[in-house]
Design a binder for this molecule. Structure first.
Ligand code: BGC
Length: 489
């Protein structure tokens, strides 16, 4: 079994670990370089000429003040699950009630047929309505916020032209099209009494939901299957919207779609494993940053390293063993890495069992040390690079102190992700060491409120409010809003 310290490892394994450390470690100077380039790319995305990062205006044009009320439906189509919620923003300031149902997104739908996807979603919604509202034929259309967490061009809040699928989705006939009519057609075919009021990105929902309970919130992030952020810009700083003559100080939430950062491969320290991930993905050349930091890819990077150390490198790990299970692409998800990093035992006995049960492999003690270090390196790199995005938005906006609302499986479940991210922010932004460990950091990444449920409801409420006040910018179907009163709270 494992020796407990890397010093006792055989020399060839130690060399291998040192090699991986060189590949995956991102030092403070590199983080600063990445962040500075990131700031530049955020600005480029807002320009008329555009850049890799889409910087999509969302037509969410204010923060909530906590006094929003009403009951709304919300649908969340994320990377892994489909969730339907009914959210009530109560009369009590900043409070809400929620009922929800989760449906697993069948794997085959992600690469299947568009029609099947929309039918499946319509069925889930119908089920929810029947359970909570009774006979759908007797209902007036209910207002719904649709959290569609993929890059989408929004000329209007109730429109979303899919720029490209991400997170392993690959469904023909949707990219380049407005998904709202497709979604509505399926609802109509099934007789689901729902009217879409807003199409929302999960990051924008996270930003707005978190701001509902915390006025210091400035950025909403998702560190999950995919990775992305949203923040509030002022229209005067969005040259690509200049033709609309919006008041320069009018706020506009921007869905950055920062997963596409550095698609040109100018600054990110990519390893040969990152190159393979990209090449073998359904969209090579896209989502360069996301492919290094997001949950969908962490387990796969790890798997590629191990396969390489068995096949190609001087040292052959797992000699004489059948690694057939390990060869299966995307067979290890980020929770596998979490388990390895969480193994509390000096001899890594839980990792040993994990490898035996899940992969049919029997690692030696030194191999277990290598496995643990590899997981740490990949998890640490993800957290540190993710911090560059947060630092870049903060720098661009001149935020010296603020809160960042974060959600997603990696943020919530991956061991040490938060602490590693906070440490990286400290290095990038040159914060002095804390006098007292309990002191808050100037910019803190905190667990967010439920963006795709509460956030979607708030965005529907805020949009209705602004229409009442006469701000009709970015609304394609005002009639939906005029006739749609929120359900009574
Ligand atoms: C999508 C974003 C989304 C992020 C987190 C990315 O793949 O492009 O729209 O916000 O994943 O879910």
């Amino acid at each position: 079994m494992a020796s407990g310290t890397l010093d006792n490892l055989p020399k060839d394994l130690r060399n291998e670990i040192e090699h991986l450390e060189r590949l995956f470690t991102v030092d403070g100077a590199k983080l600063k370089e990445v962040t500075n380039h990131f700031v530049h790319e955020l600005e480029k995305g807002l320009s008329v000429q555009g850049g890799s990062i889409p910087m999509n205006p969302t037509w969410v044009m204010s923060f909530p003040d906590g006094n929003e009320t009403g009951t709304y439906l919300a649908l969340d189509m994320g990377g892994t699950n489909l969730r339907v919620c009914q959210v009530t923003l109560t009369e009590t300031k900043s409070e809400f009630d929620i009922i929800q149902s989760k449906y697993r997104m069948p794997e085959e739908l992600k690469t299947g047929d568009a029609e099947e996807l929309w039918e499946y979603i319509a069925d889930c919604l119908m089920q929810f309505i029947e359970t909570h509202h009774g006979d759908p034929t007797k209902l007036d259309a209910l207002p719904l916020g649709f959290t569609f967490s993929y890059p989408a061009t929004q000329n209007y809040i109730d429109e979303g032209i899919l720029q490209r699928w991400t997170k392993g989705f690959d469904i023909a006939g949707v990219e380049g099209h407005n998904v709202v009519p497709m979604f509505e057609a399926a609802l109509q075919r099934r007789g689901v009494p729902i009217k879409l009021t807003a199409l929302i990105n999960d990051t924008t929902g996270t930003l707005i939901a978190s701001a509902y309970t915390d006025p210091k919130m400035r950025i909403g992030c998702i560190f999950g299957t995919g990775c992305n952020a949203a923040y509030m810009e002022n229209c005067g700083s969005i040259p690509k919207l200049a033709h609309m003559n919006l008041p320069p100080d009018m706020p506009m939430a921007i869905n950055c779609e920062w997963g596409a950062f550095d698609n040109e491969h100018k600054v990110l320290p990519r390893t040969p494993y990152d190159v393979i991930i990209d090449k073998d993905s359904p969209r090579p050349g896209q989502q360069s940053f996301e492919k290094m930091v997001a949950g969908l890819y962490l387990g796969e990077i790890f798997r590629l390293v191990l396969v390489d150390l068995h096949d190609n490198q001087e040292i052959k790990i797992f000699p004489g063993q059948d690694i057939a299970k390990l060869r299966k692409a995307y067979s290890l998800d980020s929770s596998f890495l979490s388990l390895i990093e969480e193994d509390p035992f000096e001899n890594l006995s839980e990792t040993f069992e994990l490898f035996q049960t899940k992969l049919g492999l029997t690692p030696t003690g030194p191999e277990l040390e290598l496995i643990r270090r590899t997981a740490e390196l990949i998890g640490t790199r993800a957290a540190r690079l993710s911090a560059c995005g947060v630092a870049a938005i903060s720098k661009k906006k001149g935020y010296k102190e603020c809160h960042v609302g974060a959600d997603g499986s990696v943020f919530n479940k991956y061991p040490n992700f938060k602490a590693r991210g906070a440490q990286a922010l400290r290095e990038i932004l040159d914060w002095p060491e804390k006098a007292d460990p309990k002191e808050d950091d100037p910019i803190e990444i905190l667990a967010a409120e439920d963006g795709s449920g509460v956030g979607a409801a708030l965005i529907a409420a805020l949009t209705m409010q602004r229409i009442k006040q006469g701000n009709m910018h970015g609304i394609l179907h005002p009639e939906n809003f005029r006739t749609t009163e929120p359900l009574p709270a």
